[in-house]
Design a protein around this ligand. Structure first.
Ligand code: SAM
Length: 319
């Protein structure tokens, strides 16, 4: 692993089920920040807490790149960022009772009633979190949005699983980009600690299992294949969108860009169709280090299915 990569966590590089000690190369209290934005707070926490294993998760790719650059420059070995959804990371990367702290600074408030479902700090997520927090572990929330703040407190209260203490945010939390913005506008800032009291009875099991991934072999030719049209393929537990297809630079290989959605896991993967003496091999490319889930295998099937609609014939399916 080169030093730049040690700050970026990619799903395909993890041995599942995920073990944070293996990911960080040492056993230490696991601390996660959700929605780290430019990564300033994450970097500061890493400086203040060399004793933690720190993981930042963000849905916005540009923020991941920005924070990754920042961490690369700072040479702090115990902090990593990844692109993904908070609920996925808490369920799949945090072992039961293995999470010391979760920071959420200035979460998107989704103020419209019709968007309430998109809010992160709702009962289902808080119930899951209670099973991952260690004894005495806590969620620390800082927000500029009074309505969302109250909503989160009420949702947590309704679970009966947390002791909630409202108070002044620690100084470090007022140095994030959004904190500075709201302080500049003289807005109030709200802060609470949600300390785990008990655990939800539901098991909330992780579901990622790396599947064996081989190939589908087809008979026919990729020359003169018809025009590509975007298509949607549903399967139990998710969907695949065959979004685009491209010719490789050699003009022989066909590459499909697929979006695989499985609940709170979204992966963009490339599937290639490559001619050989024994047929056309349709298989996943390693680009972007995806994790081979059921949905990813469905993407290979979808690409092969489209080629079959163009007249190619199935020889062998080894997925
Ligand atoms: C308002 S910004 C705050 C950024 C930063 N915490 C700060 O204080 O400057 C909210 C951030 O959360 C990210 N985000 C929203 N929902 C998320 C989710 N479910 N999982 C991970 N990140 C999320 C957004 O992409 C955005 O960068």
């Amino acid at each position: 692993m080169n030093t730049a990569d040690r700050h970026l966590l990619r799903l395909g590089e993890i041995d599942w089920p995920a073990d944070p000690a293996a990911i960080f190369g040492r056993s230490a209290p696991l601390v996660v920040e959700v929605g780290f934005g430019n990564g300033q707070f994450l970097e500061e926490m890493a400086r203040l807490h060399p004793e933690w294993n720190l993981l930042g998760v963000e849905i916005a790719p540009a923020s991941v790149t920005r924070a990754w650059r920042r961490l690369h420059a700072s040479h702090l070995p115990h902090v990593k960022v990844m692109r993904g959804q908070a609920s996925f990371v808490v369920r799949e990367l945090c072992p039961p009772r293995g999470l010391h702290r979760l920071f959420v600074n200035f979460p998107d408030p989704w103020p419209k009633e019709k968007h309430e479902e998109r809010r992160l700090l709702r009962e289902p997520f808080l119930r899951l979190l209670s099973t991952r927090l260690a004894e005495g572990g806590a969620l620390l929330l800082t927000s500029d949005h009074p309505e969302y703040f109250r909503f989160s407190v009420e949702q947590a209260r309704a679970t009966g699983l947390f002791r909630i203490t409202e108070g002044e945010p620690p100084a470090e939390m007022l140095r994030t980009k959004y904190a500075q913005r709201w302080l500049g506008l003289r807005k109030s800032i709200f802060h609470a600690e949600f300390r785990k009291l008990a655990e939800d009875a539901g098991p909330h099991p992780p579901w990622v299992e790396v599947e064996d991934m081989q190939h589908i072999r087809l008979k026919g030719s990729l020359d003169g294949i018809g025009d590509f049209e975007k298509s949607l393929h549903r399967f139990e537990g998710g969907q695949v969108v065959l979004k685009n297809s491209y010719r490789g630079l050699d003009g022989k290989v066909l590459i499909f860009l697929c979006i695989v959605d499985e609940g709170d896991l979204r992966q963009e993967v490339l599937v290639e169709a490559r001619p050989s003496a024994s047929g056309i091999f349709v298989a996943l490319m390693g680009f972007g280090a995806p994790v081979v889930t059921r949905g990813v295998k469905e993407a290979v099937r979808a690409a092969a299915g489209w080629l079959r609609q163009q007249g190619l014939e199935l020889i062998e399916e080894a997925v």
